[in-house]
Design a protein around this ligand. Structure first.
Ligand code: GAL
Length: 676
């Protein structure tokens, strides 16, 4: 058991935490005791306190006010509720930017990011850092021994609004980062390809962050990719600075911060952040705009990736919503069963804490129309009843706490630098979406009824038998060697279009695409053939591709063609591909290396073939494949209804579920948990 899990009194077994962000500073004191009473009735075990309370804790530069927080901490403790205490550095108070306007961030156009929202500071500002660390020190010294304290919550969603800062501080820090990466200017000039467009640098002082350039031009792509890397590292540096101080002052208290592995949030390379926290924690919000089915699968995908960032250890779902959010164009409420389904899906993928934003729905401020555990309507409400029911379910599911994810036999590689590089401007198709391709393969695994782990590129692949590398655009020598070793060791690799195209410096690999993987795949492509918006090509296995195609040549006699372009389709260039290989497979010893040169409308039929070739079969009876998601955690199986219709569990052959969860039929959006 991880040293950071809180044991339950008596049994010593770890517990499942249940709670939310709690913002008592938004409410009069009279409400606090009632809050604790209602939290207890809902089964809440932990709350995150103080996230946005800097202005209340330090109302003036030399004035501190901890009295109210002392009272809240004591009240919560008396109520048996633990505290994940924020360091409160997420949003600077007005006096700080008034006194030091030089902490304000600057956007790519050189405009100041004004206060009035939140997270308006420069992540690299030494002034901000000094004030933030002084606050962290006060918090640690005051509350380090408080019996309610269960964890430290550094800042909040680092990078949510401030990932790309172009201020003078950012520029200085960027240059220092580049000096560490390249050592000398010659190496930087080579890596950035500065002979192009007359960009050669003769002095470090000439280097800027990639600011907005003139209409029709784009910044240097390697400079932009390095800026993405730097920006992620700069935020991580702040995390580490707070963490180091907290570890020094309170070595026995775990430190966490909430990641944002979800949808299009792409600025932070969490693979490099995860090792820096004691407990991985994530925030996830459902994006109804994707459509109900895709949005559900996206939640599972994000949760799966988070569990693998945590290396299979339990992690915390730090924020999600009980019902509507307030920041989409239209904010639908959750449908019956959705609240529990979303939470239990996170639990299935390894979460040991199920927490929401937020406990009590705000009456004032920008988020007053965002749902909460306790809505505007009060405890006499469907949301609060659902919350309370979930609290009871989680208490019954306590045996799951502490259990590790059970690794799948297949995996999908996830790589932040590839995401950043492939979605830069001036590429063969501006319509390529990195995450869509990865999510598409994940959905194909779900449709095939086969579990797949979403793992960060660079993870140990030796335990996997089949690995899909969707749009693994950046493949340097190290990654190429890892993939070759995987195949040599008997693994089955599936790479897609736009993989292996550039090296770590975003330079095209020469001699034909997909440069880094050409030999491994036994193919060669002279030119990409992206498809016109909305147009298609057809393949002779009955499938359709859109977005992308390639005239694939075979360079290795052993390569089998799994599907060819027929020459039909609505794309003007479809006929030019007639008869050319579209999907290939090169057997290599006991393993193989397959290539998919278009974006398939339905990846599941091909995936089933590839899985069968690898000897991987569904763990679910055929009738259930695709209709439910199966997740394994420790000695437990989670079965989640992916559909909007009831699903009979009879094919599982008479089951005994935990916690009074459904045993015969899963209702729409229903979940059950089985032993074994
Ligand atoms: C998160 C943030 C919370 C709240 C929430 C609303 O980004 O951490 O403070 O704003 O979103 O969905």
């Amino acid at each position: 058991m991880s040293r950071w899990l809180r044991p339950t009194a008596g049994s010593g077994h770890p517990r499942l935490e249940f709670g939310a962000d709690y913002n008592p500073e938004q409410w009069p004191r009279e409400v606090w005791a009632r809050d604790v009473e209602l939290m207890r009735s809902a089964g809440v075990t932990i709350v995150t306190v103080g996230v946005f309370s800097w202005a209340r804790l330090q109302p003036r530069p030399d004035t501190w006010d901890f009295g109210w927080l002392d009272e809240v901490m004591d009240l919560l403790h008396a109520g048996g509720i633990a505290v994940d205490l924020a360091t409160a550095t997420a949003s600077a108070p007005p006096w700080l930017h008034h006194r030091h306007p030089e902490i304000l961030a600057v956007d790519a156009g050189g405009r100041t990011v004004w206060p009035g929202g939140r997270q308006h500071h420069r992540p690299t500002s030494p002034v901000f850092r000094r004030y933030a660390m002084a606050l962290v020190e006060r918090m640690a010294r005051r509350y380090g021994d408080h019996p309610a304290l269960a964890a430290w919550h550094v800042s909040n969603e680092l990078g949510c609004h401030d990932v790309a800062d172009h201020s003078p501080d950012a520029e200085v820090a960027f240059r220092a980062w580049l000096q560490r990466r390249y050592g000398d200017l010659g190496a930087l000039n080579r890596a950035w390809g500065t002979s192009f467009w007359s960009q050669h640098y003769g002095d470090w002082a000439e280097i800027m962050t990639p600011r907005a350039v003139g209409p029709g031009a784009v910044p240097n792509p390697t400079q932009a990719l390095d800026f993405d890397r730097f920006s992620s590292d700069a935020l991580r540096d702040h995390l580490c600075a707070e963490r180091d101080l907290l570890h020094t002052l309170t070595p026995d208290v775990p430190v966490t911060t909430n990641f944002m592995v979800m949808a299009e949030t792409k600025g932070m390379d969490y693979a490099s952040w995860a090792p820096e926290v004691d407990i991985v924690a994530n925030d996830h919000y459902v994006f109804p705009g994707l459509g109900a089915a895709t949005a559900r699968d996206e939640l599972s995908f994000s949760s799966n990736l988070t569990g693998n960032l945590a290396g299979g250890d339990p992690w915390w779902q730090m924020e999600h919503s009980t019902s509507a959010v307030n920041w989409q164009p239209v904010n639908p409420r959750k449908r019956p069963g959705e609240l529990a389904r979303d939470s239990l899906t996170h639990l299935a993928h390894g979460a040991d804490a199920i927490c929401y934003f937020q406990w009590r729905q705000s009456a004032a401020g920008a988020e007053k129309f965002h749902s909460a555990m306790l809505p505007h309507a009060g405890p006499d409400s469907a949301v609060f009843r659902d919350v309370t029911a979930l609290g009871a379910t989680l208490a019954d599911l306590a045996p799951v706490a502490g259990a590790r994810r059970v690794p799948a036999r297949a995996a999908i590689l996830w790589d932040w630098p590839s995401w950043w590089a492939v979605e830069q401007p001036f590429t063969p198709s501006s319509e390529l979406r990195y995450r869509d391709e990865a999510l598409g393969w994940y959905r194909a695994f779900l449709d095939a009824g086969v579990r797949a782990d979403v793992v960060p590129a660079g993870a140990d692949l030796s335990g996997y038998e089949l690995v899909v590398a969707p749009v693994l655009h950046v493949v340097g020598p190290e990654r190429a060697a890892e993939l070759a070793a995987f195949v040599d060791g008997g693994g089955h690799l599936v790479a897609t279009y736009s993989s292996g195209t550039v090296d770590d410096d975003a330079h095209a690999l020469l001699g034909g695409y997909p440069g880094a993987l050409r030999e491994l795949l036994g193919i060669r492509v002279e030119e990409f053939a992206p498809l016109a918006t909305g147009s298609t090509v057809t393949l002779d296995d009955g499938s359709t591709g859109d977005l992308w195609s390639e005239p694939v040549q075979l360079t290795d006699g052993a390569v089998e063609v799994l599907a060819r372009y027929t020459g039909d389709g609505t794309d003007p260039g479809a006929a030019d591909l007639a008869g050319l290989p579209a999907v290939t497979r090169r057997p290599a010893g006991a393993g193989s290396a397959s290539y998919v040169s278009t974006r398939l409308d339905d990846r599941a039929p091909l995936l089933r073939r590839l899985l069968a070739g690898a000897g991987i079969h569904p763990e679910l009876p055929g009738e259930l494949c695709g209709r439910v998601e199966l997740v394994r955690r420790g000695g437990f199986r989670f079965v989640i209804n992916r559909t909007e219709a009831p699903v009979s569990l009879a094919p599982l052959g008479g089951i005994a579920s935990l916690a009074g969860l459904p045993a015969a039929t899963l209702p729409p959006r229903g979940v059950t948990v089985l032993r074994g």
